[in-house]
Design a protein around this ligand. Structure first.
Ligand code: TV7
Ligand code: CA
Ligand code: ZN
Length: 390
């Protein structure tokens, strides 16, 4: 075989269920669960499955999802059907729970939600039970869902459910979010506790980019009685940020956070819409730059839950998540940058058939993040960390 072996001294678990991939949000909707098929095909073709414990995700139960969401909302999610999108008598509840164009009702919606959530809950439990040191669920990372409503292609917040599992054992959990969108649902869920530190890097433009929250100065409600005050950190960025600057910023900020907060476990949301050429994104990261953030978090040596998230150019999403899988199993140097002949759907990776196409050059976006601006972000966040410590 091509020599991919288990990593030395630690265990990686992989959580997936092929039934997730079969769901469709609708013809023109940017979210394509099918990108998970491409990711899996790359991982298999490179032989990475030999290096991990593979688990078929089970569906999260209603009760497990009710650890965060209200029963009201979950009841609606469980019984709603596509025909209700048109039906007048359902329209009030549809609006109440924020279903519509971004969050459509499609066949098997409840099944889809419970399966991706089950993967994240299972992954967190593997970490807590010491059966894995790193646990991966690329189908999760749906960070916008709220307690009582869907938002931004997200219905059930699997990230919150995963963190709640980790909190049963770890006094402090740190959440890191490199999706191009603000991780507002996770931030809000842990707004009032000092047991979770959330850090999101995202494009910020209050009026023109979803969801419009996550400015530099929003660090949690700062009433004197709120223990969660100062435990939400936001890194608002402008268009066109590139690998070198992003990685330096990421290391400076995450390094300081870990040093100060001393988390017992980390949850890393790897939304791939921060790559260059993404259909919805506006950053200029390459697969290697995005992956370097994952590699850095791995060096911290803490129990690590890795989830997916956004990513709207499926061929590049799968490139990034396959590369990141190889980093997590310590096999990045054994992976052929030329995509193997044996990959199913290999035509999707042409004409270059490279795992690392030059995304930052293929669609040039002016970098609107000055060195001065990035330096201000780092110094402001270090100041905020001093407030957090009290
Ligand atoms: C984690 N951007 C999720 C990111 C969620 C972004 C949005 C779309 C979009 C939706 C479509 C569609 C689209 C080309 C892009 C203010 C609106 C504008 C709906 C048409 N094409 C994640 C959510 C964001 C749906 N929403 O972080 C069906 O783009 O900007 C908005 C809100 C109102 C609703 N309209 C868009 O990556 C997984 N939506 C085509 C068909
Ligand atoms: Ca983010
Ligand atoms: Zn996103």
């Amino acid at each position: 075989h091509n020599g991919i072996t288990r990593p030395q001294g630690y265990t990686v678990s992989w959580h997936a269920n092929p039934a997730v991939e079969a769901h469709h949000f609708g013809q023109s909707h940017p979210m394509k669960p099918w990108r998970l098929v491409l990711t899996k095909e790359l991982v298999l073709a490179y032989g990475m499955h030999h290096a991990m414990d593979l688990y078929l995700s089970r569906a999260a139960t209603f009760e497990e999802m009710a650890d965060f969401h209200t029963e009201d909302y979950l009841d609606f999610l469980r019984q709603v059907i596509p025909a209700d999108m048109e039906a007048a008598e359902q329209s009030e509840r549809m609006a109440k729970y924020n279903f519509g164009d971004d969050c459509p009702i499609f066949d098997g919606l409840y099944n889809y939600c419970s399966l991706y959530s089950g993967g994240t809950v299972d992954a967190a439990r593997k970490l807590v039970n010491n059966q894995a040191d790193i646990a991966i669920n690329w189908s999760g990372g749906l960070h916008h869902a709220k307690k009582t409503e869907a938002s931004g292609f997200c219905y059930v917040n699997d990230v919150v459910l995963g963190i709640l599992q980790l909190l049963r054992f770890h006094p402090r959990v740190m959440y890191i979010d490199i999706d191009v969108h603000h991780g507002d649902g996770v931030e809000q869920a842990f707004w009032s506790t000092d047991r979770v530190l959330t850090v999101s890097f995202h494009k910020f433009d209050r009026d023109n980019f979803f969801p419009g929250t996550g400015s530099l100065d929003s660090t949690g409600p700062s009433h004197p009685s709120n223990p969660g005050a100062h435990h939400a950190l936001n890194v608002p960025l402008n268009d066109g940020i590139e690998d070198g600057d992003y990685l330096q910023l990421f290391k400076d900020i995450i390094g300081s956070c870990v040093e100060t907060y001393q988390p017992g476990a980390i949850v890393l949301q790897c939304g791939a819409d921060s790559l260059g050429c993404d259909r919805l994104g506006c950053f200029s990261l390459n697969v290697t730059g995005h992956g370097s953030c994952v590699a850095y978090v791995k060096t911290l040596g803490l129990p690590l839950l890795v989830v997916g998230g956004g990513g709207y150019t499926p061929r590049n999403v799968s490139r990034a998540w396959a590369h990141e899988t190889s980093i997590l199993i310590d096999a990045a140097d054994k992976i052929d940058p030329n995509i193997p002949e044996t990959v199913t759907f290999r035509n999707h990776f042409g004409p270059d058939y490279s795992l690392f196409p030059p995304l930052s050059e293929m669609r040039k976006i002016e970098n609107k993040n000055s060195k001065q601006y990035l330096a201000t972000l780092v110094s402001t966040i270090r100041e905020q960390l001093r407030y957090m410590q009290g």
